[in-house]
Design a protein around this ligand. Structure first.
Ligand SMILES: C[S@@+](CC[C@H](N)C(=O)[O-])C[C@H]1O[C@@H](n2cnc3c(N)ncnc32)[C@H](O)[C@@H]1O
Length: 228
C-alpha cells in the first residue's frame, strides 16, 4: 500500500520510530497505541506500515479530538474528529485500526497492565499532562514493550521525562532522527536495534554508538533555554 500521510496536515516527523516499531515489535497479535493523533498524519503512516508488514497488528488511535491549547482554535475544533476519520479512511478494511475518543489517562485505564507492545505519546506537551501520560501508559506495556513520545525538545516534555527518571543513568533513552527529538524508552537488550542508522538531524546526540544517557544533555539544554 502506498503512503498517503503527506496529504494529511500535522506535525509528524518520527518516521524512524514508527518504522522500527513495526519492524521490531510488529508480530501477529501485537497491539500498538498512538496517543495524540490530530487529523491522522502520523497514524496514517503507522497504518500503512502495518498493512505493508503483512502482520495482524491492532492499532488504537487515542485522542479527544478537542485539540490542545497550543494547537487549536474554535473553528477547527468541531471538524477535527471528522477530518481524522476521513484522513484514515483509506485504511478501512486494510488494517485493524480504531479511533478511541477519550482523554489519554481515561483511555489508558481500559487496557490491562503488561498488555501493549508499543505506545507513542504525542498529546499535550505541558509537564503535568506528559507526566500523567507516562504514569498512565507505562504500566500497560509488556516487559519487552516500548514507550516513546514526541517533542523532547519541549521544556514540559523534558521535565516530565526527568521527573520519571527517564533518561537518567541506567535508564537511557534512544533519540530519534526526527526534527522534534522524539524519545524512545527501550528495554536494554533491544536498545541498539532502535538506533536510527543515519540521523537526519545533525544535533541528535550520539554517545556509545547512539544511545544517549539523556539526563545530562537535557539538563544542559534546559540551562541553555533558561539563559536564552
Ligand atoms: C500535536 S497533536 C498530534 C499530532 C499528530 N500525531 C500528527 O502526526 O500530526 C496533539 C493531539 O493530542 C490531542 N490531545 C491533547 N491532550 C490530550 C489528552 N489529554 N487526551 C487525549 N488527547 C489529547 C489533541 O486533541 C491533538 O489532536
Amino acid at each position: 500500500m502506498n503512503h498517503f500521510y503527506f496529504n494529511i496536515p500535522g506535525w509528524f516527523a518520527f518516521h524512524d520510530v514508527y518504522d522500527r516499531a513495526v519492524a521490531l515489535l510488529g508480530q501477529d497479535g501485537a497491539h500498538f497505541v498512538e496517543v495524540g493523533c490530530w487529523e491522522g498524519r502520523s497514524a496514517a503512516y503507522m497504518g500503512v506500515n502495518i498493512v505493508n508488514s503483512g502482520h495482524d497488528i491492532r492499532f488504537d488511535c487515542v485522542d479527544t479530538w478537542e485539540g490542545s491549547a497550543e494547537n487549536i482554535d474554535s473553528t477547527e475544533k468541531s471538524e477535527l474528529y471528522d477530518k481524522f476519520l476521513d484522513g484514515m479512511s483509506n485504511l478501512n478494511g486494510e488494517c485493524d485500526w480504531r479511533a478511541i475518543r477519550k482523554e489519554s489517562v481515561v483511555a489508558a485505564a481500559d487496557y490491562a497492565d503488561s498488555s501493549l507492545d508499543f505506545v507513542f505519546l504525542d498529546a499535550s506537551h505541558d509537564v503535568e499532562n506528559v507526566y500523567a501520560d507516562i504514569q498512565a501508559w507505562r504500566p500497560k506495556l509488556k516487559a519487552d514493550g516500548v514507550l516513546a513520545g514526541d517533542d523532547a525538545a519541549f521544556m514540559g516534555v523534558r521535565e516530565a521525562l526527568i521527573q520519571h527518571g527517564i533518561g537518567v543513568e541506567g535508564n537511557p533513552i534512544v533519540p530519534s532522527g526526527g526534527a522534534y527529538k522524539s524519545w524512545i524508552l527501550v528495554p536494554e537488550s533491544m536498545r541498539k536495534s532502535w538506533i536510527t542508522p543515519e540521523p537526519k538531524s545533525p544535533d541528535v546526540a550520539t554517545v556509545e554508538g547512539g544511545i544517549v544517557s539523556a539526563q545530562e544533555k537535557l539538563r544542559k539544554e534546559l540551562e541553555i533555554n533558561a539563559c536564552a
